[in-house]
Design a protein around this ligand. Structure first.
Ligand SMILES: Cc1cc2nc3c(=O)[nH]c(=O)nc-3n(C[C@H](O)[C@H](O)[C@H](O)COP(=O)(O)OP(=O)(O)OC[C@H]3O[C@@H](n4cnc5c(N)ncnc54)[C@H](O)[C@@H]3O)c2cc1C
Length: 286
């Protein structure tokens, strides 16, 4: 099947307008459309109404505000990649965006769409989980905030309910923080076979806080929680990183598929986690 079923279309003129349209049953937001439209063509998604939010300029921003990096849901992948302020404080997002798809997808696909699609192979989900970001969701009664680590209920399912809209992502800034993202895919522009993101907050050579996100390997909420626990309070050296990487590989749940067998993916998780931790530590101390 290559043709979507009949669907109505409305272009939202404000967040309030979008929220009122989204209160109808069988309604979906369309942002970049790079995930939703192919799913509609295959009839894996059959909404009765599409609410186009591309006119909502108030959701397309990236800014530093009150000790946080704030990223609007309608910021495009290319905007995040171009953002000097994001790159300065969280190079993990530039690392990840460089390997999200290709320039055409990045020009139109959005940060909010990536998170809401909740594809287990989505790169930004792991990067935001590693950075302990918070999602801001507009609701008919106002707004609520949800840690990105609690945002995904499972594959293709999030906590954004009917009549709600993801509006922005907030990432707390902490001094002494360095971050990095490492991904292996079959070819340039492809989805991850496996990827790892690390955010380290150092005091001298000691790890104060660690965030580790894993992509496409069945990590619960995209997080390597056991490895994070191991890292906290230890010295930021290669022995620590190797052990944490081993723990991350042991505790994830990759599936064998056309991208490779389970043991290969675990091997990648260990190698990519160690590399991301080393680069994050280097960036924290410079
Ligand atoms: C060829 C190709 C290769 C790709 N490769 C990669 C890759 O390597 N890594 C990667 O991470 N991604 C990849 N992607 C996905 C890409 O990042 C998409 O941009 C992203 O998945 C969805 O963003 P979108 O804005 O297009 O969302 P849409 O397709 O418009 O929407 C996706 C879902 O999110 C919902 N939604 C969108 N915005 C909101 C909002 N603000 N509030 C509530 N719900 C919302 C929609 O209703 C829909 O259910 C690829 C896509 C393509 C087409």
């Amino acid at each position: 099947m290559q043709v979507p079923s009949h669907v109505e279309y409305e272009r939202a003129t404000s967040v309030e307008h979008a929220l009122s349209l989204l209160s109808r049953p069988e309604t979906r937001v369309v942002a970049g459309g790079h995930s939703l439209i192919p799913m509609m063509k295959l009839r894996l998604a059959q909404p009765e109404l599409l609410v186009d939010i591309n006119g909502l300029a108030e959701l397309a921003f990236i800014t530093l505000d009150g000790g946080q990096l704030r990223i609007g849901a309608l910021a495009r992948h290319a905007d995040l990649l171009d953002s000097a302020v994001a790159g300065q404080h969280f190079p993990i997002f530039h690392d990840a965006e460089r390997v999200v798809a290709d320039p055409i997808v990045r020009l139109w696909g959005t940060v909010g769409g990536s998170l809401c699609q909740a594809d287990p192979s989505e790169d930004l989900s792991a990067a935001f989980a590693a950075a302990r970001a918070t999602a801001v969701i507009k609701t008919p009664d106002g707004e609520r905030t949800v840690p990105v680590r609690e945002f995904h209920r499972g594959p293709y399912e999030t906590v954004v309910g009917r009549g709600e809209l993801l509006a922005e992502i907030r990432v707390p800034l902490r001094p002494g923080t360095g971050s990095a993202y490492e991904k292996v895919s079959r070819r340039v522009g492809d989805w991850s076979i496996a990827a790892a993101g690390a955010v380290l907050c150092l005091a001298g050579q000691q790890i104060q806080e660690a965030g580790l996100g894993l992509t496409a390997v069945g990590a619960e909420h995209f997080v390597a929680a056991e490895a994070e626990d191991y890292l906290r309070g230890r010295a930021a050296d290669d022995d620590t990183f190797q052990e944490a990487a081993k723990i991350a590989a042991e505790h994830c749940h990759p599936s064998a598929d056309q991208r490779g067998p389970e043991d290969f993916k675990r091997h990648l998780v260990a190698e990519l986690t160690a590399r991301a931790l080393r680069r994050a530590a280097d960036r924290a101390s410079t």
